[in-house]
Design a protein around this ligand. Structure first.
Ligand code: P53
Length: 489
């Protein structure tokens, strides 16, 4: 087995809104996720809102909420992101645990609304600024390289209200100003940056809606375009602020296979991969829309507002590294007699060769080797797997131990796949597993969809001590890192 490079970045990943909690502490502004209730595998998370006649209504996170609706908090509902896992107050203790495992890199995100609570404030919120400085100093103290996501599903809600969100071009400059501020502020502490988490999420959902209304498609693709331009500007700024800065894209790795060898399935899948995954990566790494973009827009019946200046900016803001999340693969077919996979965000036909998690996500380590090769052939820039892991509930034994061998098995298979990809010649430079400490699931709002090496005593209803416990996978990952990926037993 190929040795991982000596400076390989082993680590873990989190996002502000899923772990910090303290949602209204020290001047933090609201984000949409603050208004999302908990859901389950079967039942989608929901919002309560007031429509323009003043009626209180409920909508799921996948519904289209009217533009003039006002999101509200209902005291009878439970909002898991409000307290998260209280990382805001416990980050020192948690980072010490990451260091104990030997982390070389920790991916976290800055909450824009802690720095600029309304997104477009004149002056930054000093308490928010101090909080992240202290967190970065803590990481550096332990020799951990920060990998900072600038935007992880958390546009300040005030910008959604005032401008209608990312459909409005105005957000580009507000994001640029925020990013510029933090990249200057922390330039002595941070050199690895990601602009938008899973940027393709904006349009991903539209790829699976049948009879998609053109207005919804247009809004999604136009918003995505604005984020591409915002990202490109930030890449350019990052290189000016510090030539050492490395900026990556972060793409949701929605990898799919044709279910059959029917050429129609092959083509269907090719188009799916293009629209769901390559569309975004191509713009961000190559600095221009790919040839198939026009076909996608034609199929959707939309015309985007893309200026010559936008095109120039995209070209000048190519990312340095490609990063992506990888959890599962899906199957695509034109045959309608196949069994569907089910599960939130997992789509298409069931793959008979794979096992599925309790949340309906397939487990496919070979798929990681496959997509790493595809991506490296396409882009030829260094790659980091910035999310991967198994969401599964754990049992705490009487003595406080947690035997999560299923998680170790999942991770081991994926580490083998990474080492094979390295032998294949892929320039893979790091791996940060998702939810290295249990946190609130983005998709379902549950606590029990646990990914961590570290268990957090907190349940789906918000009960528990918030105590941290080391799972078996904690000791296992520590060994993996200490042996630089040699000892996977
Ligand atoms: P949860 C959908 C499909 C794949 C990854 O997801 C996704 C999503 C959106 O939920 O999101 C990423 O928590 C995301 C993280 C998220 C993680 O995957 O639904 O970047 O914020 O927590 C896992 O199990």
């Amino acid at each position: 087995m190929t040795k991982f490079p000596h400076n390989f970045y082993w680590g873990g990943a989190t996002a502000a809104n899923q772990c910090e909690g303290a949602y209204n502490v020290d001047g933090r502004g609201a984000i949409k996720y603050d208004f999302l209730t908990a859901g389950t595998h079967e039942q989608a998370r929901s919002y309560m809102y007031k429509d323009k006649e003043g009626n209180i209504k409920r909508a799921t996170m996948f519904d289209i909420i009217p533009d003039d609706a006002e999101l509200i908090l209902d005291e009878n509902e439970y909002y898991p992101n409000h307290e998260g896992i209280d990382f805001y107050h416990r980050y020192k203790e948690d980072i010490a645990l990451f260091a104990e495992m030997g982390f070389k890199m920790f991916r976290m995100s800055i909450a824009w609304s802690r720095i600029f609570p309304n997104g477009d404030d004149e002056t930054p919120n000093q308490k928010g600024v101090d909080f992240y400085r202290s967190m970065f100093e803590e990481m550096r103290k332990h020799g951990i390289e920060p990998l900072v996501t600038l935007h992880h599903f958390d546009t300040p809600y005030a910008l959604e209200v005032k401008y209608g969100g990312w459909t409005n071009r105005a957000l580009i400059e507000h994001f640029e100003r925020y990013a510029d501020f933090v990249m200057n502020e922390y330039k002595d502490l941070v050199t690895y940056w990601l602009t938008f988490n899973e940027i393709n999420n904006l349009t991903m959902m539209t790829a699976f809606i049948e009879n998609l209304p053109a207005k919804v498609a247009k809004d999604a693709y136009q918003s995505l375009h604005h984020q591409f331009v915002a990202s490109a500007r930030v890449v350019k700024r990052a290189h000016l602020i510090n030539p050492e800065n490395k900026v990556g894209c972060m793409i949701c790795g929605i990898v799919s296979y044709p279910l059959t060898c029917d050429p129609k399935d092959i083509l269907e899948n090719q188009h799916k991969m293009e629209s769901v995954m390559y569309y975004s990566g191509d713009v961000m790494v190559r600095g221009a829309y790919p040839h198939f973009a026009q076909r996608i827009w034609n199929e959707l019946g939309i015309t985007l507002d893309i200026t010559d200046q936008d095109k120039q900016e995209l070209l000048e803001g190519k990312v340095d590294i490609y990063t992506f999340s990888y959890y599962m693969t899906n199957c695509v077919t034109t045959h309608d007699d196949s069994e569907t996979a089910g599960g939130n965000f997992s789509f298409g036909a069931k793959n008979p060769y794979l096992k599925y998690s309790d949340w309906g996500w397939s487990m496919d380590a070979d798929g990681l080797r496959y997509i790493l090769t595809e991506l490296y052939a396409r882009y030829q820039v260094p790659i980091i797997v910035t999310e991967n892991g198994l969401g599964q509930d754990d049992v705490v034994e009487e003595d406080g131990s947690i035997h999560d061998d299923y998680r170790i098995d999942y991770l081991r298979d994926h580490f083998v796949a990474m080492s094979q990809a390295l032998s294949d010649g892929v320039d893979l430079i790091g791996y940060t597993s998702w939810g290295c400490i249990d946190l609130v699931s983005a998709g379902t709002g549950e606590m029990k969809k646990r990914y961590g090496y570290i268990y957090v005593d907190r349940d789906n209803q918000g009960n528990g001590t918030m105590d941290r416990l080391k799972k078996d996978s904690f000791y296992w990952y520590k060994k993996v890192i200490a042996s630089n990926g040699e000892d996977l037993v």
